[in-house]
Design a protein around this ligand. Structure first.
Ligand code: PLP
Length: 380
C-alpha cells in the first residue's frame, strides 16, 4: 500500500520546476502566511489575541450566519455563476446597475484579475510606496513595470506616509494602464479626500484605469471623504473595489466586489473563474448587506475602541498614525521585531511591517475589548 505521507523526490538538477516557471512567476515569492494560527489557537486557547489581520472581532451579522446555514444543503449544486442574488442586493444597496458589478473570491482576486486582463510586460502600473501589498503582486504577476511613487513624508500634517496623489498623477506614463489607490490604505490607515481624487481623475488620461480599493470604506468618517463611487458616472475609467472581509466580518468567506463601467466588467468576465464565489458566500454576503443595524454597531464599536486603544498606546510611548480603519500603524524609534516576538510569546499576534520597508512599525488590529486589554498588558 502507498503511504498517504509519501512524498515525491526533492528538486534535483535533473528536475526542478522552478526553472520552468514563466518569467513573471519566476520573480514572485509565495505568500508568507506568518504564524501558524491554528497551532497558536491550540497553544494559547482563549488567551490568544489575534490582532494581525484586521478582522472584525464582532464577527458577521447573525442574519448572515442564518442565511449561510440555510445555504449549506445546496452546496451539492454549483453556485449561480452570475451571482444574481448578491448582485441584485448590491445594486439596490449602492444604486448602481447589475451590469456595473463584478464579484470576486475576495477583493484580492479582483485586484489581480484587473492586472491580468488589462496589463502585460509592455505596460506600467502606478501605486504608492506603502500601498497595499497586492498592488505590487498583481503588477509582478503580469510582468508589468511597477512605478512606486514615494509616500507623503512622515512629518505630513494630516496623513503621514499616505498616498501622494499629485505625484502619482505625474508618475503616469504613456504605457501606464492602471493606477492602484487604497482609500483608506492598508497598512498605513491613511486616506485622501474626494477633492484629491477628483484632481487625479482629471489629470489622468481616460485609457488609464484608476482602481480605488475601498476595503475599509464602512469604517470611514473623515470629513470631505465620501466614496469614489460618487465619481463613477463621470469617469468611465474609474473602478472601485470593496470587500465583505472587514466591517462585515466575513474574511473567511472570501467575497469581494467591484463597481466599474459595464465594458470593464465585461472584459473581467472573460477571465473570471465561473464559480469563483460559492453558494454559502453568495447567501451570507447578501444577508449581511441587509443588516444595517449590525454594521452601525460595528462602526460605533470600532471608532470608540480604536481611539481608546490609540490613547492607551500613546500613554505607553507608542506613536500611532491617525486611522480611518480598524487598525493602527504604530511607529517606533527602533526595530519592531523584538516587540513582535515579545507579544507573540504572550499570545498577542500583531503584524510586523518589514515587508513594507517599515521595519520600525507594527500594525495592530482593533480587537475586542478583552483582546486589546491583553495587548496592553503584554507590552514590555
Ligand atoms: C483586507 C484588504 C482587502 C480585502 O481583501 P479580501 O480579498 O477581500 O479579503 C483589500 N484591500 C485592502 C487594502 C485590504 O486591507
Amino acid at each position: 500500500m502507498v503511504s498517504s505521507k509519501r512524498k515525491f523526490q526533492p528538486a534535483t538538477p535533473a528536475f526542478d520546476a522552478a526553472s520552468l516557471a514563466n518569467d513573471a512567476t519566476a520573480k514572485l515569492r509565495a505568500y508568507d502566511p506568518g504564524h501558524d494560527l491554528p497551532a497558536l489557537r491550540e497553544r494559547f486557547g482563549a488567551a490568544i489575541a489575534e490582532l494581525g489581520s484586521n478582522e472584525n472581532p464582532m464577527g458577521p451579522s447573525p442574519r448572515a450566519i442564518e442565511a449561510m446555514r440555510a445555504a449549506l444543503p445546496l452546496t451539492f449544486r454549483y453556485p449561480d455563476p452570475r451571482g444574481a442574488g448578491l448582485k441584485g442586493a448590491l445594486s439596490a444597496h449602492l444604486g448602481v446597475a447589475v451590469g456595473n458589478i463584478a464579484l470576486g473570491n475576495g477583493s484580492h482576486e479582483l485586484l489581480m484579475l484587473l492586472a491580468q486582463c488589462f496589463a502585460n510586460e509592455k505596460h506600467s502600473i502606478v501605486f504608492s510606496e506603502f500601498g497595499f501589498a497586492v498592488f505590487s503582486i498583481a503588477t509582478a504577476a503580469v510582468g508589468a513595470e511597477a512605478i512606486r511613487v514615494p509616500a507623503l513624508p512622515r512629518r505630513h500634517r494630516s496623513t503621514p506616509l499616505g498616498h501622494d496623489l499629485a505625484a502619482m498623477a505625474r508618475a503616469v506614463r504613456r504605457n501606464t494602464r492602471i493606477v492602484y489607490l487604497a482609500n483608506p490604505n492598508n497598512p498605513t490607515g491613511t486616506w485622501f479626500d474626494d477633492a484629491a481624487l477628483a484632481a487625479l481623475l482629471d489629470a489622468v488620461p481616460r485609457d488609464v484605469l484608476v482602481v480605488v480599493d475601498e476595503a475599509y470604506h464602512e469604517y470611514v468618517e473623515a470629513s470631505g471623504l465620501s466614496t469614489a463611487l460618487a465619481f463613477c458616472a463621470r469617469y468611465p475609467n474609474l473602478i472601485v473595489t470593496r470587500t465583505f472581509s472587514k466591517a462585515y466580518g466575513l474574511a473567511g468567506l472570501r467575497v469581494g466586489y467591484l463597481v466599474a463601467h459595464a465594458s470593464v466588467v465585461a472584459v473581467l468576465e472573460r477571465l473570471r473563474e465561473s464559480f469563483n464565489v460559492n453558494n454559502v458566500a453568495l447567501a451570507g454576503a447578501a444577508a449581511a448587506l441587509q443588516d444595517k443595524p449590525w454594521l452601525a454597531r460595528v462602526h460605533a464599536f470600532n471608532r470608540a475602541e480604536r481611539e481608546w486603544l490609540r490613547a492607551e498606546l500613546l500613554e505607553r510611548g507608542y506613536r500611532c498614525l491617525p486611522s480611518q480603519t480598524n487598525f493602527l500603524l504604530c511607529v517606533m524609534s527602533r526595530d519592531a521585531t523584538k516587540l513582535e516576538n515579545h507579544l507573540f510569546e504572550r499570545g498577542v499576534i500583531v503584524r510586523p511591517m518589514g515587508s513594507y520597508g517599515l521595519a520600525k512599525a507594527v500594525r495592530i488590529s482593533v480587537g475586542s475589548r478583552a483582546e486589546n486589554r491583553r495587548l496592553l498588558k503584554a507590552l514590555p
